[in-house]
Structures are given as structure tokens and as C-alpha cells.
Design a protein around this ligand. Structure first.
Ligand code: ADP
Ligand code: MG
Length: 628
């Protein structure tokens, strides 16, 4: 009973892209099919370990490659976990898997065809070289087998079939060669051997095929294992090229770019383990979604145990991919218990330390590279520091980079402190949407004019991180637009408090006008040229207010305490006094306009833009009357 079905729309689009692209590296289809066979065998083998009663003949766990030139068949056969009817439909009829999905996104984002060649493109890549693909599969534990057939163009069909044991057989009908493409080569034993060696050497199950030997006049055919089966991480360092490591990373972790950095560890002790770690060059597509599963692959004596072991990698390094292989893990326990294994904690501590030292070394010796990495993953490190409530403070604080008023580049806290002025007791910072917004703030001008450096906190998380850090080398952090900023000499202080006394009734009147908007109005000790600014009380800042209110589940409305500061040396103060004396009714208008201006400077929305522009227009009209 066969039913003909259409591919899901997006699967179809991906297929079309793949088949019709001017893609040169078609040969990787073999790597993809072999890696699927290997994954399926892993799954079966793991199941047999978990479930002691199940008897899996280890010798049967091989991947067989056969060629039939006459029918143009290339056959890849495994004895793995297999697929039932529903799985055939689900796994091969749609792009349900995130990897293929990510590939599709990459294609759309980056029309550079080269991207394709490096991506783990999965099962669909078979259609690049095949006019038809048949997949006959029998799920482990089932008596029924099913066959999936498709030419990649107009859908697929699934029907009942025969297969003597569990596992999957993929039969590719290789396309006829054209002037541009030599498909015939995929029916040549020699080419296939070469491709297996090149792409699939480390596969841990034997990949066997018939190999022809020529001996004087006679030729004999023997069934041989083509791959060395030694996992990459078990081979001596000198024996593994960078290229192999990069290819391995791309295959295993479905990235289209080489890793940014590869870290190999080989630890003897209790427990002993090998680790192969990769720092990606870029944030993975789904990194910030719940789809992204952090963690390292776990192996025991070269046998795959689990895909994402989260306890092996701390939150702040969750962007690191890779694997751990240890002979000292107890395999008879279930996956859940394994996660809490004490041995794993010890391994995880070693790994964390190793990554940290690698990053520190990079920061010291290759600043540019570190900055590149920081731009991709700095957020994750900061978030990890924050979410561990400062427990990782000592370990992570020197990995942090910030922008500052010093120059355009990034700076560590250590560098900031080393540049602090003699009389400076606190680390100054200001939070804003971008470096240029921070630079433009009137308060920044004041502080930098005095010769102090200001950190620019431009990521939403930054202020929260600063709060968690509390201090660095015993220097506290001080926001330049919050609370008091004690940077002026006694004489100026005197002067301002005198002016405040004189202007007391004006200040009270302004405060009354703005009573629903600000908590205080005062003469400023931090303005140079600008007439006004808005600052907040110590504690919650305006940036934090924005972040907290933007949280999807925030119940209450967060509001930082607002203080409107007026420049005591600006002509405006005199103008306000004059208005207040002559026509106090106008003061309301002035007060609101001033407040709105201060909000704009601070990057806060103004409550009533229409009213604001009406008032400005009114003031323009007024001042023009004086001209005539
Ligand atoms: P990926 O391997 O990245 O998941 P593929 O497109 O290569 O994506 O394969 C899709 C899915 O089809 C696999 O995740 C697996 O569940 C199933 N599959 C493919 N080949 C086999 C096979 N030989 N045996 C069992 N399942 C397979
Ligand atoms: Mg695959």
C-alpha cells in the first residue's frame, strides 16, 4: 500500500537549492550518508549498553558499501537502530531537524555558494548525485520493514518492504555523467575508497567494501575495511592535521566555518580523559533560542554515550563545542545518574580551567583574536558571571572587556585601574545604548574633561554585571549619571550651594510643576556646557529601568528615581529666574520642555511628543515677536 506524498514546502526549497546549485563539492554526500549510518549504529550500541538484556553482536556493527555499475547503484548499508514507517516520513520527508534548518538559513543569509560545501547537509545531499534514492529500513525491535523512494523532485512514497535484520540500506541511483559533472566516479571503487579515507576515516565502525587487487595477470576481489577507525582524539597530536580537525568539527557540530580555536586535552589521573574542544567562529544560529543545546558529547573508551552533557561545560562557556572521552566512567548506570557522576564534575572543573587559561593567554598574546571572540561570545561570559551570582567573579573578571572614553578599542578592568588618576577612588561608568550615545551625554563631558576615564556600558547586561562585581581591586563602581558625583573642589561647592539658596523659590516652583515627573530638581555639580540633564538616584538606573520593563514577564512597572539637574553656570538659569519673576504662569511650559529635553538627551522616550513640539513652536513664535 504505497502513498505518494509531497515534501513539505521548505524541504522542497532546500532540495531545489541543493540539486540545482552550481555546487562543486557534491562528493560530500558520501560522508553524510556514512555519518548517518554511524549515528544509527551508535544509537543501537548505546541502547544495548543501557539495556543489558539486549544482545548486539558487535561484529555485525559495520557499514557496508556496495556498487552495482549496471544498475548504477551505490548502496550504503548499516545494521543500526533503523527507522519505522513514521520515522521515515518524519526524518526524511521533512526538514524537521535543526541542522538542515540552520543550513537553509545560512543559504538564505549568505548567498555565497561556498557555504554549502562546508555544511553538514544531511540526507538530502544524496540527491545531488542521485536521480533516485531508496531507503529500506527496519526499526530495531520491529518485524516490519519499509521503503522510502524519491527522485527529490516531486515528493516521495513509502511502502512496505523486506529486510532481513534491523538497520537501513540507502540505495542511490547515480545520475548519468554530463559535460560538467563526472557522476560515474561515484561508481568507482577507487574513488569511494579515497572519499572514505578523506572524510570518514575516524568513524568507529568498520566501513567495508570490495577492493580489487591486481596481481600479475590475475585480479582478486576482497572485502576490506577502508577506515582506520581510530577516533581523531586518540591519535597523537602530530598525526592529526589542522585540516582534519577542522573538517571533523564541521561534520560533527554542523558548522559551515572552521572553528576559531581548537583545544586538545589529554589528562592522566583520576579520572583520565581526552577532550577535544572547539570555540566556534560565530554565534550559532539558534544560540539564543531554547533549541540550542549546550554541553559536550560524552564517550567512554571511544563509545558514544550522549550528545549533550550539560554538566561538562559551565554556563559562561556554553558556546564551546566538543567531546570528552574517558575510560573511567561507569557505564552501567543510566544517563540521568551519569550526569551527576562525581567523575564528571572533576572532568568539568579541569575543562573549565583549561578554557579559561586558553582565553587568558589569548587575551595576553593575541589581543585582536580575543576581541574578535569577545564580540561573539562576550555576552555569554558576562551572562554566566551574572547568573552565577558572582560565584565566578574571581575567575571571570579579568576576561571582561569594555569600551571606554580612553580610546575606541576595548579595555580590561585591570587596564582601567592602571590608568586611574592618583586621587581617583572609584571606577566611573555610564550606561547607554551605544558608545556614541555614551560619549554624547553631558555628564560624560564633565567627567572626561576632568581627566577621568569613563567605562561605556553598552550591553543591557553590563550594569547587572557591575552590580554583581561590586568592586574591582577594591575600587567600587560609580555611575556618572546617578546619585552625587563628588568631583568638584570646595570653592565650587560653596558657590553652588550659595546659588541654590538664592534660587530656592525658583527650584521649588520647578519641582511643583514637575511633581508628577521628577523626584527632585537641583543645581548640577556635573554639567559643563549643557543647560540640563536628568540623573537617577543610586540604585536603579535608566538603562536598568528599560531592561527590566522590557522583560516579557515583568509585572510591576520599574521606575528609576529621576532628578532634573540645571547647570548653575548656564545662561538658562538666569532666563528661568527672569521668567519666574515676570510671568510665573509661563514657568510650567519651560519646566516641561526642559524635562523633555533632558529625557531626550538620556535616550528616554518623552511622554507627549505632540505637546512637546507644540510648546517649542509656541516659544519660537514668542521669541520672533521680540524681533519685530
Ligand atoms: P542529521 O543527521 O543531521 O540529523 P540528516 O538529514 O542526515 O540529518 O538525517 C535526518 C534524520 O534521519 C537523522 O537524524 C536520523 O534520525 C534519520 N536517519 C538518517 N539516516 C539514517 C540511518 N541510516 N539510520 C537511521 N536513521 C537515519
Ligand atoms: Mg546526518
Amino acid at each position: 500500500m504505497a502513498r505518494k506524498k509531497q515534501f513539505k514546502a521548505e524541504s522542497q526549497r532546500l532540495l531545489d537549492l541543493m540539486i540545482n546549485s552550481i555546487y562543486t563539492n557534491k562528493e560530500i554526500f558520501l560522508r553524510e550518508l556514512i555519518s548517518n549510518a554511524s549515528d544509527a549504529t551508535d544509537k543501537l550500541y548505546f541502547k544495548s549498553l543501557q539495556d543489558g538484556s539486549m544482545d548486539v553482536d558487535k561484529d555485525s556493527l559495520k557499514i557496508e558499501i556496495d556498487i552495482d555499475k549496471e544498475s548504477r547503484h551505490l548502496i550504503i548499508k548499516d545494521h543500526g537502530i533503523g527507522m519505522d514507517e513514521k520515522e521515515l516520513e518524519q526524518f526524511l520527508g521533512t526538514i524537521a531537524k535543526s541542522d538542515s534548518h540552520a543550513f537553509k538559513n545560512a543559504l538564505e543569509e549568505d548567498s555565497d555558494v561556498d557555504v554549502i560545501g562546508q555544511f553538514g547537509v544531511g540526507f538530502y545531499s544524496a540527491f545531488m548525485v542521485s536521480s533516485q534514492v531508496e531507503v529500506i529500513s527496519r526499526a530495531f525491535g520491529s518485524d516490519e520493514a519499509y521503503k522510502f523512494t524519491s527522485n527529490g523532485l516531486d515528493g516521495y512514497r513509502i511502502e512496505e518492504a523486506e529486510r532481513e535484520d534491523h538497520g537501513t540500506t540507502v540505495i542511490c541511483t547515480i545520475k548519468e555523467s554530463t559535460d560538467d559533472d563526472n557522476y560515474d566516479q561515484y561508481l568507482e571503487s577507487f574513488t569511494l575508497q579515497h572519499l572514505i579515507k578523506q572524510y570518514s576515516d575516524y568513524i568507529r565502525y568498520p566501513i567495508v567494501m570490495d577492493v580489487e587487487h591486481y596481481d600479475e595477470e590475475e585480479s582478486t576481489i576482497e572485502r576490506e575495511t577502508i577506515n582506520s577507525m581510530i577516533p581523531l582524539w586518540k591519535r597523537s597530536k602530530s598525526d592529526v592535521s589542522e585540516e582534519e580537525l577542522n573538517q571533523f568539527y564541521k561534520d560533527k557540530f554542523h558548522d559551515y566555518e572552521d572553528p576559531f580555536k581548537t583545544i586538545r586535552m589529554s589528562v592522566e589521573g583520576n579520572p583520565s580523559f581526552d577532550a577535544l574542544l572547539f570555540i566556534p567562529k560565530h554565534v550559532p544560529m539558534n544560540f539564543y533560542s531554547t533549541q540550542y543545546e549546550p554541553g559536550l558529547q560524552l564517550y567512554s573508551r571511544g563509545v558514544f554515550i550522549m550528545e549533550h552533557n550539560k554538566s561538562l561545560i559551565p554556563e559562561h562557556f556554553r558556546f564551546v563545542r566538543g567531546l570528552v572521552d574517558s575510560p573511567d566512567l561507569n557505564l552501567n548506570i543510566s544517563r540521568e545518574i551519569l550526569q551527576n557522576d562525581r567523575q564528571l564534575t572533576l572532568i568539568s572543573n579541569r575543562i573549565e580551567r583549561k578554557i579559561r587559561t586558553e582565553l587568558e593567554t589569548m587575551l595576553k598574546n593575541d589581543r585582536e583574536a580575543y576581541q574578535e571572540l569577545w564580540e561573539q561570545f562576550g555576552m555569554t561570559i558576562k551572562y554566566g558571571l551574572y547568573s552565577s551570582f558572582g560565584m565566578k567573579r574571581d575567575e571571570l573578571q579579568d576576561l571582561l572587556l569594555f569600551r571606554s572614553s580612553h580610546d575606541e578599542s576595548y579595555h580590561t578592568l585591570k587596564e582601567y585601574v592602571s590608568r586611574m588618576k592618583e586621587d581617583q577612588t572609584e571606577i566611573f561608568y555610564v550606561a547607554g545604548e551605544s558608545v556614541s550615545k555614551c560619549q554624547m551625554l553631558p555628564q560624560t563631558e564633565f567627567v572626561t574633561d576632568k581627566g577621568y576615564e569613563v567605562l561605556y556600558l553598552t550591553d543591557e547586561i553590563d550594569e547587572f554585571v557591575i552590580q554583581i562585581l561590586q568592586s574591582y581591586e577594591e575600587k567600587g563602581f560609580k555611575s556618572i549619571n546617578q546619585g552625587d558625583l563628588d568631583l568638584i573642589d570646595e570653592e565650587t561647592k560653596e558657590k553652588i550651594s550659595k546659588k541654590t539658596e538664592e534660587a530656592q523659590s525658583l527650584i521649588s516652583a520647578l519641582k511643583d510643576s514637575l511633581s508628577s515627573k521628577v523626584d527632585e530638581v537641583r543645581l548640577s555639580t556635573r554639567l559643563v556646557n549643557h543647560p540640563v540633564c536628568l540623573v537617577s538616584e543610586d540604585g536603579m538606573s535608566f538603562e536598568m529601568e528599560k531592561v527590566l520593563n522590557a522583560m516579557p514577564d515583568s509585572q510591576e512597572e520599574f521606575k528609576a528615581k529621576r532628578i532634573l539637574e540645571i547647570n548653575p553656570d548656564h545662561e538658562l538659569l538666569g532666563a528661568l529666574e527672569a521668567i519666574y519673576e515676570k510671568d510665573a504662569s509661563l514657568l510650567d511650559t519651560y519646566a516641561t520642555v526642559l524635562y523633555d529635553q533632558a529625557c531626550l538627551i538620556e535616550g528616554l522616550p518623552i511622554e507627549d511628543p505632540v505637546d512637546f513640539s507644540k510648546k517649542i513652536a509656541g516659544l519660537m513664535v514668542e521669541s520672533s515677536k521680540k524681533l519685530s
